[in-house]
Design a protein around this ligand. Structure first.
Ligand SMILES: Cc1ncc(COP(=O)(O)O)c(C=O)c1O
Length: 396
């Protein structure tokens, strides 16, 4: 028996594989600090857990309407009006299994074989993987540290061809923490309108912003709601990764297709989890504020700590919970350094190339873990890197 030929073009998300490798090492008795996976270490706030328990106990255990329960779709639309300044009709909101579901459905619904999709490099690997899976061609737009990890709109314009169908943007970004400015988004919007392109705007980290940075959704810019699919969800903001809940806000012309894909795959997201999500989005937000304060303190700790290690330079990102230091001063590539950190020091990070070739001289660290873990990891990293840099300097 053989797999279908399309299976040769599907990729993966290295973070899951790296986590499995790290756990295997741990199982041999080694101590491993996990900085590889993009998952808050906090528990889901109690009010959200209680709401889901109540839902189970009151019989909310049947199939949901496939696009989501009306209470949640309305709450998401109201939240979008408040935070994005973009007030969709609740009918255009589709609740999915993870924000990842939106990515999958949007690309499946829009991309024909041979179509080109502009994806960030470095960027979340699933954009590229699903594009290839459906026979499309991913075209990488470089995201560089020199440009504060923001894409260059002129470079974006130069990548558009008659085959371009979709531009994927992600702000705040995984893996860099970079945040696009209103000016950047206005220029991206102008390109999308001029060439009649759709935009998948991955806003899963839109609440995880520091130093007063503002979240601007491209969907709120003039002429963009009808060509933008907004991807957001519950995993990151409310520490609900295991609930597997996300949502898409899609233009009306896509709604039918989007709904069909939901019906053909999952029939809707878990009903009682959706009741928990109503509480998450519409209930008290003080725990979110507390988590954000803690993330910011961790960010500062990791940025200062990494910049104190010779051979590394690390920007202070304004969003998400990742840093993406440049490490060429160690004399190693990101992949080589990630291997050595795991094997020699028990620190699990990802190679920058897990997110595209442009990340070759970077590693990604998630600081969604305790300050104690971060401090211990920094010491261990310094222990591996300092001798490398000293030997390299001596050799020069
Ligand atoms: C950029 C980005 N988009 C989407 C997702 C998917 O999140 P989920 O499916 O848990 O909602 C992630 C998760 O790591 C992410 O980093």
């Amino acid at each position: 028996m053989q797999l279908a030929s399309r299976m040769s073009s599907i990729g993966t998300e290295t973070a899951f594989e790296a986590a499995a490798r790290a756990r295997a090492l741990e199982a041999t008795g080694r101590s491993v600090i996990h900085l590889e996976i993009g998952e808050p270490d906090f528990d889901t706030p109690a009010n959200i857990r209680e709401a889901a328990k109540r839902a189970i106990d009151t019989g909310k255990t049947h199939y949901p309407p496939f696009p989501g329960i009306p209470e949640l779709r309305s709450a998401i639309a109201a939240d979008s009006a408040l935070r994005r300044g973009f007030a969709p009709d609740p009918a255009n909101v589709y609740v999915t299994v993870g924000g990842k579901g939106v990515m999958y459905y949007a690309i499946l619904a829009l991309v024909d074989p041979g179509d080109e999709v502009i994806v960030p490099d470095p960027g979340y690997p699933i954009y590229e993987s699903v594009t290839r899976f459906v026979g499309g061609t991913p075209v990488a737009i470089p995201i560089r540290q020199e440009n504060e990890f923001r894409l260059d709109p002129d470079e974006l314009a130069s990548l558009v061809t008659p085959r371009t169908k979709l531009i994927v943007i992600n702000s705040p970004a995984n893996p860099t923490g970079g945040v696009l400015t209103r000016g950047d988004l206005e220029r991206i919007a102008a390109i999308a309108i001029e060439h009649d392109l759709a935009v998948l705007s991955d806003e899963i980290y839109s609440r995880i912003l520091y130093d007063g940075a503002e979240h601007v959704s491209i969907a709120a810019l003039p002429g963009m709601a009808e060509r933008t699919i907004v991807l957001d969800g519950f995993s990151k903001t409310w520490a609900m990764t295991g609930w597997r809940l996300g949502y898409g806000i899609v233009p009306s012309w896509m709604g039918h297709g989007f709904g069909r894909l939901l019906i053909n795959s999952v029939s809707g997201a878990t009903t009682f989890a959706q009741w928990g999500a109503v509480e998450a989005i519409a209930g008290p937000q003080d725990e979110v504020d507390a988590m954000l304060r803690e993330f910011q303190a961790r960010r500062d700790l990791v940025v200062v700590g990494l910049n104190a290690i010779p051979g590394m330079t690390c920007l202070r990102p304004a969003g998400a919970f990742y840093v993406f230091p440049e490490i060429s001063g160690t004399g190693l590539t990101g992949a080589e350094l990630a291997d050595r950190l795991l094997n020699e020091a028990g620190v699990s990070v990802l190679a920058g190339t897990a997110f595209g070739d442009v990340g070759r001289n970077h590693i990604r660290l998630s600081y969604a873990t305790s300050r104690e873990n971060i401090s211990a990891a920094l010491e261990r990293i310094a222990g591996v890197v300092a001798p490398l840099v000293a030997t390299g300097a001596a050799a020069r």
